[in-house]
Design a binder for this molecule. Structure first.
Ligand SMILES: [Zn+2]
Ligand SMILES: [Zn+2]
Length: 403
Protein backbone atom coordinates (compact mmCIF):
# COMPACT_ATOMS: atom_id res chain seq x y z
CA UNK A 1 0.00 0.00 0.00
CA UNK A 2 1.41 3.35 -1.06
CA UNK A 3 1.33 6.15 1.51
CA UNK A 4 -0.18 9.24 -0.07
CA UNK A 5 1.72 11.99 1.74
CA UNK A 6 -0.18 14.70 -0.11
CA UNK A 7 -3.30 14.18 1.96
CA UNK A 8 -1.47 14.80 5.24
CA UNK A 9 -0.79 18.15 6.81
CA UNK A 10 2.89 17.42 7.41
CA UNK A 11 3.91 20.34 9.68
CA UNK A 12 0.99 19.69 12.07
CA UNK A 13 1.37 15.90 11.88
CA UNK A 14 5.12 16.04 12.49
CA UNK A 15 4.71 18.34 15.48
CA UNK A 16 2.06 16.09 17.03
CA UNK A 17 4.34 13.04 16.64
CA UNK A 18 7.77 14.53 17.30
CA UNK A 19 6.93 16.78 20.26
CA UNK A 20 5.99 13.93 22.64
CA UNK A 21 8.55 11.58 21.09
CA UNK A 22 11.49 13.94 21.56
CA UNK A 23 10.04 15.44 24.77
CA UNK A 24 9.60 12.13 26.61
CA UNK A 25 12.95 10.73 25.32
CA UNK A 26 14.83 13.79 26.57
CA UNK A 27 12.86 13.72 29.83
CA UNK A 28 13.92 10.14 30.64
CA UNK A 29 17.54 10.86 29.70
CA UNK A 30 17.43 14.01 31.84
CA UNK A 31 16.05 12.33 34.98
CA UNK A 32 18.62 9.55 34.59
CA UNK A 33 21.43 12.07 35.03
CA UNK A 34 19.86 14.96 36.97
CA UNK A 35 17.23 15.71 39.54
CA UNK A 36 14.29 17.91 38.58
CA UNK A 37 13.82 20.74 41.13
CA UNK A 38 10.46 20.66 42.98
CA UNK A 39 9.81 24.24 41.80
CA UNK A 40 9.73 22.98 38.20
CA UNK A 41 7.06 20.40 39.07
CA UNK A 42 4.93 22.99 40.86
CA UNK A 43 5.29 25.35 37.91
CA UNK A 44 4.42 22.47 35.58
CA UNK A 45 1.02 22.05 37.28
CA UNK A 46 0.36 25.80 37.38
CA UNK A 47 1.37 26.29 33.74
CA UNK A 48 -0.69 23.27 32.59
CA UNK A 49 -3.78 24.77 34.27
CA UNK A 50 -3.05 28.24 32.85
CA UNK A 51 -2.52 26.86 29.33
CA UNK A 52 -5.75 24.86 29.36
CA UNK A 53 -7.76 27.67 30.92
CA UNK A 54 -6.54 30.12 28.29
CA UNK A 55 -7.92 27.72 25.68
CA UNK A 56 -11.23 27.06 27.47
CA UNK A 57 -11.91 30.58 28.78
CA UNK A 58 -10.09 32.34 25.92
CA UNK A 59 -10.11 30.49 22.60
CA UNK A 60 -13.36 28.66 23.34
CA UNK A 61 -15.78 30.74 25.41
CA UNK A 62 -14.45 34.21 24.56
CA UNK A 63 -13.28 34.08 20.94
CA UNK A 64 -15.28 31.20 19.44
CA UNK A 65 -18.56 31.83 21.29
CA UNK A 66 -18.33 35.44 22.46
CA UNK A 67 -20.07 34.43 25.67
CA UNK A 68 -18.58 37.46 27.49
CA UNK A 69 -16.47 40.56 26.80
CA UNK A 70 -13.04 41.47 28.13
CA UNK A 71 -10.62 44.37 28.25
CA UNK A 72 -7.54 44.44 26.01
CA UNK A 73 -5.17 43.25 28.76
CA UNK A 74 -7.20 40.08 29.43
CA UNK A 75 -7.50 39.39 25.70
CA UNK A 76 -3.75 39.84 25.27
CA UNK A 77 -2.91 37.48 28.15
CA UNK A 78 -5.38 34.85 26.89
CA UNK A 79 -3.84 35.08 23.41
CA UNK A 80 -0.24 34.85 24.69
CA UNK A 81 -0.89 31.86 26.96
CA UNK A 82 -3.23 30.35 24.34
CA UNK A 83 -0.40 30.51 21.77
CA UNK A 84 1.79 28.43 24.09
CA UNK A 85 -0.69 25.52 23.77
CA UNK A 86 0.26 24.90 20.12
CA UNK A 87 -3.35 24.52 19.01
CA UNK A 88 -3.23 27.05 16.19
CA UNK A 89 -4.24 30.71 16.25
CA UNK A 90 -7.40 31.82 18.06
CA UNK A 91 -8.85 32.84 14.70
CA UNK A 92 -8.34 29.43 13.06
CA UNK A 93 -9.34 27.53 16.21
CA UNK A 94 -12.56 29.52 16.57
CA UNK A 95 -13.45 29.21 12.90
CA UNK A 96 -13.07 25.39 13.07
CA UNK A 97 -14.98 25.26 16.33
CA UNK A 98 -17.90 27.29 14.99
CA UNK A 99 -18.08 24.82 12.10
CA UNK A 100 -18.14 21.98 14.62
CA UNK A 101 -21.18 23.56 16.31
CA UNK A 102 -22.99 24.41 13.09
CA UNK A 103 -22.49 21.00 11.46
CA UNK A 104 -22.18 18.67 14.47
CA UNK A 105 -22.15 14.95 13.59
CA UNK A 106 -22.14 15.59 9.84
CA UNK A 107 -19.45 15.45 7.15
CA UNK A 108 -18.93 19.20 7.43
CA UNK A 109 -18.00 18.92 11.14
CA UNK A 110 -14.15 19.12 11.06
CA UNK A 111 -13.82 16.71 14.00
CA UNK A 112 -17.00 14.69 13.68
CA UNK A 113 -17.34 11.81 16.17
CA UNK A 114 -19.22 9.95 13.41
CA UNK A 115 -15.79 9.28 11.87
CA UNK A 116 -14.64 7.52 15.03
CA UNK A 117 -13.16 8.31 18.44
CA UNK A 118 -9.57 8.57 17.20
CA UNK A 119 -10.50 10.85 14.30
CA UNK A 120 -12.40 13.24 16.63
CA UNK A 121 -9.62 13.10 19.23
CA UNK A 122 -6.65 14.01 17.03
CA UNK A 123 -6.83 12.06 13.76
CA UNK A 124 -8.50 15.01 12.05
CA UNK A 125 -5.39 17.11 12.71
CA UNK A 126 -3.28 14.91 10.45
CA UNK A 127 -5.42 15.40 7.36
CA UNK A 128 -5.38 18.41 5.07
CA UNK A 129 -9.07 17.84 4.28
CA UNK A 130 -10.06 18.60 7.88
CA UNK A 131 -7.25 20.95 8.99
CA UNK A 132 -6.96 23.25 5.98
CA UNK A 133 -10.52 24.58 6.04
CA UNK A 134 -11.12 28.18 5.05
CA UNK A 135 -11.24 30.65 7.94
CA UNK A 136 -14.72 32.07 8.46
CA UNK A 137 -14.96 34.40 11.45
CA UNK A 138 -15.50 37.96 10.17
CA UNK A 139 -16.11 39.38 13.65
CA UNK A 140 -12.76 38.09 14.93
CA UNK A 141 -10.90 39.26 11.84
CA UNK A 142 -11.79 42.81 12.85
CA UNK A 143 -9.84 42.43 16.10
CA UNK A 144 -6.25 43.63 15.41
CA UNK A 145 -4.78 41.59 18.27
CA UNK A 146 -6.44 38.37 17.08
CA UNK A 147 -5.38 39.16 13.52
CA UNK A 148 -1.77 39.75 14.60
CA UNK A 149 -1.64 36.48 16.56
CA UNK A 150 -2.94 34.67 13.47
CA UNK A 151 -0.47 36.34 11.10
CA UNK A 152 2.62 35.83 13.28
CA UNK A 153 1.38 32.68 14.99
CA UNK A 154 4.70 30.83 14.81
CA UNK A 155 6.52 33.68 16.54
CA UNK A 156 3.83 33.98 19.26
CA UNK A 157 3.77 30.22 19.89
CA UNK A 158 7.52 29.54 19.87
CA UNK A 159 8.20 32.49 22.19
CA UNK A 160 5.45 31.62 24.69
CA UNK A 161 5.53 27.84 24.25
CA UNK A 162 9.26 27.14 24.36
CA UNK A 163 11.31 30.28 25.01
CA UNK A 164 9.42 31.39 28.12
CA UNK A 165 9.65 27.84 29.66
CA UNK A 166 13.40 27.83 28.89
CA UNK A 167 13.79 31.21 30.62
CA UNK A 168 11.71 30.14 33.63
CA UNK A 169 13.80 26.96 33.89
CA UNK A 170 16.96 29.05 33.72
CA UNK A 171 15.67 31.23 36.58
CA UNK A 172 15.04 28.04 38.60
CA UNK A 173 18.57 26.84 37.85
CA UNK A 174 17.44 24.13 35.39
CA UNK A 175 16.98 25.59 31.89
CA UNK A 176 16.87 22.22 30.09
CA UNK A 177 14.31 20.83 32.54
CA UNK A 178 12.30 24.01 31.91
CA UNK A 179 12.40 23.47 28.16
CA UNK A 180 11.49 19.77 28.36
CA UNK A 181 8.92 19.77 31.20
CA UNK A 182 7.42 23.28 31.07
CA UNK A 183 7.70 23.37 27.27
CA UNK A 184 7.33 20.05 25.50
CA UNK A 185 5.54 17.89 28.11
CA UNK A 186 3.19 20.71 29.14
CA UNK A 187 2.20 21.11 25.49
CA UNK A 188 1.58 17.38 25.12
CA UNK A 189 -0.62 17.04 28.23
CA UNK A 190 -2.64 20.20 27.63
CA UNK A 191 -3.24 19.25 23.99
CA UNK A 192 -4.61 15.90 25.13
CA UNK A 193 -6.96 17.64 27.57
CA UNK A 194 -8.37 19.82 24.77
CA UNK A 195 -8.60 16.84 22.40
CA UNK A 196 -10.80 15.06 24.97
CA UNK A 197 -13.45 17.75 24.40
CA UNK A 198 -13.90 16.54 20.83
CA UNK A 199 -13.64 12.81 21.57
CA UNK A 200 -14.71 11.93 25.16
CA UNK A 201 -17.25 14.78 25.40
CA UNK A 202 -19.04 13.21 22.43
CA UNK A 203 -18.82 9.66 23.81
CA UNK A 204 -19.12 9.54 27.59
CA UNK A 205 -22.05 10.75 29.71
CA UNK A 206 -25.70 11.76 29.52
CA UNK A 207 -27.58 13.57 26.77
CA UNK A 208 -29.44 15.82 29.22
CA UNK A 209 -30.75 18.56 26.95
CA UNK A 210 -30.84 16.95 23.52
CA UNK A 211 -30.69 13.32 22.60
CA UNK A 212 -30.37 14.19 18.93
CA UNK A 213 -26.72 15.24 19.11
CA UNK A 214 -23.71 13.19 20.14
CA UNK A 215 -22.49 15.71 22.78
CA UNK A 216 -22.72 14.44 26.36
CA UNK A 217 -22.57 15.67 29.97
CA UNK A 218 -20.07 13.96 32.23
CA UNK A 219 -18.47 15.13 35.47
CA UNK A 220 -15.47 12.81 34.89
CA UNK A 221 -14.75 14.48 31.56
CA UNK A 222 -15.34 17.88 33.21
CA UNK A 223 -12.41 17.09 35.54
CA UNK A 224 -10.19 16.20 32.58
CA UNK A 225 -11.13 19.29 30.58
CA UNK A 226 -11.42 22.13 33.11
CA UNK A 227 -15.20 22.17 32.99
CA UNK A 228 -15.89 21.48 29.32
CA UNK A 229 -17.41 18.08 30.18
CA UNK A 230 -20.98 19.44 30.35
CA UNK A 231 -20.88 19.33 26.59
CA UNK A 232 -24.50 18.45 25.83
CA UNK A 233 -25.53 21.62 27.66
CA UNK A 234 -22.83 23.55 25.81
CA UNK A 235 -23.95 22.38 22.37
CA UNK A 236 -27.55 23.21 23.22
CA UNK A 237 -26.73 26.63 24.71
CA UNK A 238 -23.38 27.63 23.23
CA UNK A 239 -23.63 31.32 24.17
CA UNK A 240 -23.77 30.67 27.92
CA UNK A 241 -20.42 31.53 29.56
CA UNK A 242 -20.95 28.52 31.84
CA UNK A 243 -20.83 24.85 30.90
CA UNK A 244 -21.63 23.57 34.38
CA UNK A 245 -24.70 25.59 35.35
CA UNK A 246 -25.06 24.56 39.00
CA UNK A 247 -22.70 26.25 41.47
CA UNK A 248 -21.23 22.86 42.44
CA UNK A 249 -20.61 21.72 38.84
CA UNK A 250 -16.87 21.34 38.25
CA UNK A 251 -16.26 24.19 35.82
CA UNK A 252 -13.01 26.06 36.68
CA UNK A 253 -13.31 27.93 33.38
CA UNK A 254 -16.55 29.52 34.61
CA UNK A 255 -14.84 30.45 37.89
CA UNK A 256 -11.92 32.05 36.02
CA UNK A 257 -14.38 34.17 34.02
CA UNK A 258 -16.13 35.18 37.27
CA UNK A 259 -12.78 36.16 38.83
CA UNK A 260 -12.03 38.25 35.73
CA UNK A 261 -15.37 39.98 36.25
CA UNK A 262 -14.49 40.75 39.89
CA UNK A 263 -11.18 42.23 38.68
CA UNK A 264 -13.12 44.38 36.22
CA UNK A 265 -11.53 42.56 33.25
CA UNK A 266 -14.69 40.80 32.02
CA UNK A 267 -18.24 42.01 31.52
CA UNK A 268 -21.54 41.15 29.79
CA UNK A 269 -21.40 37.47 30.80
CA UNK A 270 -24.18 35.75 28.84
CA UNK A 271 -26.50 33.25 30.53
CA UNK A 272 -29.52 31.35 29.25
CA UNK A 273 -32.67 31.85 31.40
CA UNK A 274 -33.30 29.02 33.86
CA UNK A 275 -36.79 28.44 32.41
CA UNK A 276 -35.39 27.79 28.93
CA UNK A 277 -32.83 25.33 30.28
CA UNK A 278 -35.53 23.42 32.18
CA UNK A 279 -37.73 23.41 29.09
CA UNK A 280 -34.97 21.85 26.97
CA UNK A 281 -34.32 19.19 29.62
CA UNK A 282 -38.03 18.32 29.92
CA UNK A 283 -38.42 18.22 26.12
CA UNK A 284 -35.50 15.79 25.79
CA UNK A 285 -36.92 13.58 28.56
CA UNK A 286 -40.44 13.80 27.10
CA UNK A 287 -39.18 12.54 23.74
CA UNK A 288 -37.43 9.67 25.47
CA UNK A 289 -40.61 8.76 27.43
CA UNK A 290 -42.67 8.88 24.23
CA UNK A 291 -40.19 6.53 22.56
CA UNK A 292 -40.69 4.18 25.50
CA UNK A 293 -44.40 4.05 24.63
CA UNK A 294 -45.84 6.50 27.18
CA UNK A 295 -48.88 8.51 26.14
CA UNK A 296 -47.86 11.71 24.41
CA UNK A 297 -50.89 13.49 25.84
CA UNK A 298 -50.14 12.56 29.45
CA UNK A 299 -46.43 13.46 29.08
CA UNK A 300 -47.35 16.82 27.58
CA UNK A 301 -49.78 17.52 30.45
CA UNK A 302 -47.14 16.72 33.07
CA UNK A 303 -44.53 18.82 31.30
CA UNK A 304 -46.87 21.81 31.11
CA UNK A 305 -47.74 21.38 34.81
CA UNK A 306 -44.04 21.65 35.79
CA UNK A 307 -43.37 24.61 33.51
CA UNK A 308 -46.49 26.45 34.71
CA UNK A 309 -45.58 25.85 38.35
CA UNK A 310 -42.09 27.21 37.63
CA UNK A 311 -43.45 30.30 35.84
CA UNK A 312 -45.90 30.96 38.65
CA UNK A 313 -43.15 30.66 41.25
CA UNK A 314 -40.87 32.99 39.31
CA UNK A 315 -43.60 35.63 38.89
CA UNK A 316 -44.54 35.43 42.56
CA UNK A 317 -40.89 35.77 43.53
CA UNK A 318 -40.55 38.92 41.44
CA UNK A 319 -43.74 40.41 42.90
CA UNK A 320 -42.66 39.47 46.41
CA UNK A 321 -39.30 41.17 46.00
CA UNK A 322 -40.92 44.29 44.59
CA UNK A 323 -43.51 44.58 47.38
CA UNK A 324 -40.94 43.81 50.06
CA UNK A 325 -38.67 46.57 48.77
CA UNK A 326 -41.63 48.97 48.68
CA UNK A 327 -42.55 48.08 52.24
CA UNK A 328 -38.98 48.54 53.47
CA UNK A 329 -38.64 51.84 51.66
CA UNK A 330 -41.89 53.13 53.11
CA UNK A 331 -41.15 52.05 56.64
CA UNK A 332 -37.70 53.58 56.68
CA UNK A 333 -37.88 56.71 54.53
CA UNK A 334 -41.40 57.93 54.98
CA UNK A 335 -41.52 57.68 58.73
CA UNK A 336 -38.10 59.27 59.00
CA UNK A 337 -39.29 62.09 56.77
CA UNK A 338 -42.43 62.58 58.85
CA UNK A 339 -40.46 62.71 62.04
CA UNK A 340 -37.73 64.97 60.67
CA UNK A 341 -37.54 68.30 62.33
CA UNK A 342 -36.08 70.31 59.47
CA UNK A 343 -37.55 73.16 57.44
CA UNK A 344 -40.77 75.12 57.67
CA UNK A 345 -42.91 72.05 57.35
CA UNK A 346 -42.25 71.31 60.98
CA UNK A 347 -45.10 73.42 62.32
CA UNK A 348 -47.53 72.22 59.74
CA UNK A 349 -46.51 68.64 60.28
CA UNK A 350 -46.69 68.88 64.03
CA UNK A 351 -50.33 69.88 63.68
CA UNK A 352 -51.37 66.78 61.87
CA UNK A 353 -48.37 64.53 62.39
CA UNK A 354 -50.18 61.98 64.57
CA UNK A 355 -52.90 61.65 61.97
CA UNK A 356 -50.39 61.28 59.13
CA UNK A 357 -48.20 58.87 60.99
CA UNK A 358 -51.24 56.69 61.67
CA UNK A 359 -52.19 56.85 58.02
CA UNK A 360 -48.72 55.72 56.97
CA UNK A 361 -48.62 53.05 59.61
CA UNK A 362 -51.85 51.72 58.20
CA UNK A 363 -50.45 51.74 54.65
CA UNK A 364 -47.30 50.00 55.82
CA UNK A 365 -49.17 47.27 57.66
CA UNK A 366 -51.37 46.76 54.57
CA UNK A 367 -48.25 46.30 52.49
CA UNK A 368 -46.76 43.96 55.06
CA UNK A 369 -49.89 41.81 54.85
CA UNK A 370 -49.50 41.63 51.06
CA UNK A 371 -45.82 40.68 51.44
CA UNK A 372 -46.70 37.89 53.88
CA UNK A 373 -49.43 36.62 51.62
CA UNK A 374 -47.06 36.56 48.65
CA UNK A 375 -44.56 34.62 50.71
CA UNK A 376 -47.21 32.02 51.51
CA UNK A 377 -48.23 31.75 47.85
CA UNK A 378 -44.55 31.35 46.92
CA UNK A 379 -44.17 28.47 49.38
CA UNK A 380 -47.26 26.84 47.88
CA UNK A 381 -45.88 27.25 44.34
CA UNK A 382 -42.62 25.67 45.50
CA UNK A 383 -44.51 22.64 46.81
CA UNK A 384 -46.39 22.46 43.50
CA UNK A 385 -43.05 22.35 41.62
CA UNK A 386 -41.78 19.65 43.96
CA UNK A 387 -44.85 17.47 43.48
CA UNK A 388 -44.98 17.85 39.71
CA UNK A 389 -41.24 17.07 39.46
CA UNK A 390 -41.70 14.01 41.69
CA UNK A 391 -44.48 12.77 39.42
CA UNK A 392 -42.22 13.32 36.40
CA UNK A 393 -39.37 11.44 38.02
CA UNK A 394 -41.63 8.46 38.76
CA UNK A 395 -42.35 8.24 35.04
CA UNK A 396 -38.64 8.47 34.18
CA UNK A 397 -37.66 5.83 36.76
CA UNK A 398 -40.43 3.47 35.63
CA UNK A 399 -39.38 3.87 32.01
CA UNK A 400 -35.74 3.28 32.94
CA UNK A 401 -36.51 0.14 34.95
CA UNK A 402 -38.44 -1.35 32.01
CA UNK A 403 -35.69 -0.47 29.57
ZN1 LIG B 1 -18.52 19.36 20.63
ZN1 LIG C 1 -18.11 25.30 21.81
Amino acid sequence: MKLDLKKYDLPVALFLILNPLIGFSLFFIYIYFYEVPASIWILFLVMCAATNLSITAGYHRLFAHRSYETNALARFLLLVVGSSAFQGSALKWSSDHRRHHAFIDTDKDPYSIEKGFWFAHMGWLFLKSSVDLEIKAPDLEKDPMVKNQDKYYLVWSILSGFLVPLLIGWLMGAPVAGLIILGSLRIFFTQQSTFFVNSLCHTLGKQTYSKEISARDSVIVAFLTHGEGYHNFHHQFQYDYRNGIKWYHWDPTKWVILVMRVLGWAKKLKTIPQQEILKAKLNAEAKWLENKGYSQEKIEQLKIKILEAQTQFRNLKLEYKLKKDMWKQMSEDKLAELRSNSSDRLTEMRANSTERINEFKHQISELKLQVDELKLRMEKAKVEIKFSMQEWRIYLNNAASFA
